[in-house]
Ligand binder design. Structure first.
Ligand code: BG6
Length: 363
């Protein structure tokens, strides 16, 4: 089953172009520049009545939900956010009858997420599933939603399922946008962007050796920062999570703007920072973040789809340009590879990290 791969995580990383193709196949409506999501069961009027969207999930599914919330706000201009399902179910949440709740789960069996769905249903909330495993508990409990079509994921650390979550949320956001004010031209732009993703991911995977070399160079660090802002923030969080779960290197994600309010005190030559720089309005601010880190002797790995001054960062990982709203999907890929090759260099049991399970079905 593993074919040429030594473990499932690397196999699943390399399956991503096909996984994305499966997620968008048959779901893009070129004529009306929108998405078709058959499992959703909402008519246009019901879609228009959604006043708020909240994504609920655990671990990578929560970070994917954060990416989804940004997509929904940007493309549909509906207020949206994400919350860990494990928090939501315990905090006596106010359930908004005009909101759409999205339960996000690869396995569809995560107990915290399932309990959040049950709590929502009990309070009359409108909830849909975004699950990978067909027939799973969360999918059945929600009754409607979108399947991720990532294919079976075996490695504990989620890669292709996380990617397909974000791709599916782009489809959902496109659909919600096109029943509102997103123009056909803007819709076409997103459709084109989605179509282009698989070959862009392939191009990034072809540059794996360069990322492996960077991973070896920094693998002896005990701690790492992952810095991003706005679209780069959930990417930084997911990148930090991936690194810590499979390599056991302590990694912490921080919003770039918050660095100066505390963590800058930790910047030193033995504390590398991975800085995520999408092609957005904040490039200059992100460059100045790198300068602040460098001024304190901190090594920087820049991950970027834009041009930054030569020699500014100690290592540079290039990400191809896509439509701005879709950038987080591509930025995840090199961070998966960075985590993977750090763990490989350190000789970790990549598919089965210590203390973790693929899906946590008990408290
Ligand atoms: C964690 C896994 O326990 O559960 C993560 O280690 C995963 O990789 C999370 O993201 C949520 O799982 P699921 O199946 O609900 O997406």
């Amino acid at each position: 089953e593993l074919g040429p791969y030594s473990d499932y995580m690397r196999k699943e990383i390399h399956e991503q172009p096909d996984a994305i193709r499966r997620a968008v196949m048959g779901r893009l409506d070129e004529r009306f520049a929108t998405a078709k999501l058959g499992g959703l069961n909402f008519d246009p009027r019901e879609l228009r009545n959604i006043k708020r969207v909240k994504f609920l999930g655990c671990g990578s599914a929560y970070y994917a939900g954060q990416m989804g919330a940004a997509l929904v706000e940007e493309l549909a201009r509906i207020p949206a956010d994400a919350e860990p399902a494990s928090e939501f179910r315990y905090r006596s949440p106010v359930v908004d009858p005009d909101a759409l709740y999205v339960a996000v789960s690869q396995s569809g069996e995560t107990s915290d997420t399932l309990m959040a769905v049950q709590e929502l249903k009990r309070k009359g909330g409108q909830v849909m599933g975004a699950v990978n495993v067909v027939g799973s508990a969360i999918g059945r409990e929600c009754g409607h939603g979108i399947f991720l079509h990532a294919g079976p994921e075996v490695a504990v650390a989620s890669t292709k399922a996380l990617t397909n979550m974000a791709v599916n949320f782009a489809l959902l956001a496109l659909l919600l946008g096109r029943v509102r004010d997103l123009s056909a031209a803007q819709g076409e732009r997103v459709v084109r962007g989605l179509r282009g993703l698989p070959s862009q991911v392939t191009a990034m995977l072809n540059a794996e050796d360069e990322i492996a070399a960077i991973a070896s160079e920094f693998a002896d660090a005990d701690h790492m920062f992952f810095i991003g802002r706005v679209r780069g923030w959930p990417v930084a969080r997911e990148g930090a999570q991936k690194l810590k779960e499979i390599s056991y290197v302590h990694a912490e994600a921080y919003q770039a703007g918050e660095l100066k309010h505390g963590p800058l005190a930790l910047i030193a030559p033995d504390m590398p920072s991975v800085v995520v720089i999408p092609s957005d309005d904040l490039v200059a601010k992100n460059i100045s973040t790198i300068e602040q880190i460098k001024a304190r002797g901190g090594p920087v790995i820049a991950v970027t789809s834009t041009d930054i001054p030569a020699g500014l960062a100690d290592a540079l990982i290039r990400v191809p340009r896509t439509e701005p709203e879709l950038e987080p999907i591509l930025f995840n890929i090199p961070l998966q590879l960075l985590a993977y090759h750090t763990a490989a260099k350190l000789g970790r049991d990549i598919d089965k990290p210590r203390n973790l399970a693929k899906s946590v079905t008990v408290e």
